[in-house]
Design a protein around this ligand. Sequence first.
Ligand code: FAD
Length: 500
Amino acid sequence: MTDTAVNDFVIAGGGTAGWMTAAALSRFAPPGTSVTLVESEAIGTVGVGEATIPQIHLFNSALGLDEAEFLRETRGSFKLGIEFDGWRREGESYMHAFGDVGRPLGLLPFQHYWLRAQHAGFAKPLQRYSLNELAARTMRMYRGKTAAGREMPYAYHFDAGLYAAYLRRFAEARGVTRVEGRIAKVARHGESGDIAALELEGGERVEGSFFIDCTGFRALLIEGALGAGFDDWSNFLPCDRAMAVPCEGGGDFTPYTRAIARKAGWQWRIPLQHRIGNGLVYCSDFLSDDEAAETLLANLDGAPQAEPRPIRFTTGKRCVHWKNNCLAIGLAAGFMEPMESTSIHMIQSAISRFLAVLPRGRGEPATVDWFNAQSSFEWECIRDFLVLHYTANEREGRPFWDHVRSMELPATLTARMEQWRAGGFIHREHEELFTEIAWFQVFAGQGVEARGYNPMADTLPEAELRALLDETEASLVEQVKPMPRHLDFLQGFVTGKTNE
Ligand code: FAD
C-alpha cells in the first residue's frame, strides 16, 4: 500500500534560512502539506550575510522570482567575483572571479598551459585571461552574451534581511502560516524521541510531523533537544568573532566583494544600492574586540550607520544535520567564515537536497544517512578551500598569519596541495561546489608554486602557445570595452530600461 500522508512542516526561526525554506516548501511541496513558521521578533536575526555566489540564480529562478524586482526589493548589486587583498602579501591582490579563466588550448585544462608559460617566463597574471576579472577590475558589468558569444557568470550582493522579508511575502502568499513567539520548550515523543511540538512562552503549542531547525546559532532543536553534536573546526579555521557595521556609500561601486587581510583576520566590503556592508572577521586570541572595532571604523569608505556589532561563533558543523524528524538548515547546521560567500549557498543546497528526498514522515534511515553524508562532504570541501587561503600566506612576522601558516591541515587539503605542487593537477569530486578554476585561481593567487605541469602541454609549439595566450587576452579586453559601468548597468536594470 502506498503511504500518501504528507508532512505538517514546522520551521523554527525566520532568518534567511527559515524564510528560504518556507518559500521553497510553499512552492514545491505537494498539495495538502502544511507549513508553519515560528519566529521571535524580540530575538531577531543575525542581521549579516550579504554576498552570494552564482548558484543563487538556481534558487531564485526555481521560485520564479523576477530578477529586477528581486534586486529592487533587496537593494542588491551585481557581483563578478571576490578580491583577496593582501592575503598572500601586503600590497598584492588577486581575484577568485566566477567563470572561465583562459580557454581550452588543447587537450588539457588551461592551468597546464599557463603553468608552462609561467615556467618559461611569459605568462601574465591570471587576471589577463579572465573576462569576469577584467570587467570587475574596470567596474563594468554586463548580463548576456558578449560579441564573442561569452557570458559572465554573476552573483549578487544584497541585504539578507530584505531578502528574508521578500521571501516571507512570497511564502505567506502561498499559504505558509507565521506564528510570532519565543520557543520556550521543545516537546518530544516518549518512545522515538522525535520532536512533537514547539511550546511557546505564553503557552501556545505548535505541533507538526517534521521540524526544520532554522534558529541560527542557538540550534534549539537539532542540538538543544536532539543533541546532534558539533564537529569543532577551530583547529583549522581559528577566527571566532566578527564585527559588522554598515556605512554610507563611497569609493568604488565594485561589482565584486572585497576581502582585505588585516592584522588578525580580514575585512569584507560589500556595496549595496543604499549602503556598504562591512565587517571584520578576526581571531580573539590575537585581537581584542576594541581593537577590532577600531580597525573596522578606521577602514570605511563612508560614515558608519551604526555602532559596530560583535558576533561570536565557533567554526564547524553539526555532526549530523538530519536527526529523527528534524533537519537543521542555516546557522543551526554550522558556520564557516564568509570569505567565499558560501553560507546562503549552503542553505540553498540543503533545501534542494531535502526536496530531492522529500520524506513522508521522518525519513528512512538510508535516506537520512545519504543526506548527512552529502552534507558532510559539501562542508568539508568548502572548509578545505577556505583553509587554503590562510595556510598559503606569506605575511611573515605577523603573529596571526604566522600561526595560520603553520597550522595543521585537513589531510584532504594536504593531498590536494601536493597534487597541485607536483604537476598542476586539480581534481574536483562530483557535486563538489568549487570548480578546478576556483582552486586554480587561489593556488596561483596565494603563490602556491607548482613544480611542474602535465607534459602534454609541451606538445603545443611555444610560438603557438604565446600567440594563443595573446589572442585570448586581446579578445577578452575587446569584449570588456563596450560594457557599461556597474552602477549605470544596475540602475538601468532595476528600472527596467535595460534587460541585457
Ligand atoms: P538567524 O538569522 O540567526 O535567524 C534565526 C531565527 O531563529 C530568527 O528568526 C530568530 O528570531 C529565531 N529564533 C531563535 N531562537 C528562537 C526562539 N527561542 N524562539 C523563536 N524564534 C527563535 N552568508 C553568506 O552567504 N554570505 C555572506 O557574506 C555572509 N556573511 C556573514 C557574516 C557573518 C559575520 C556571519 C555570522 C554570517 C554570515 N553569513 C553570510 C551567513 C548568513 O548570515 C546566514 O547563513 C544566514 O543569515 C542565515 O542565518 P539563519 O537564518 O540561519 O539564522
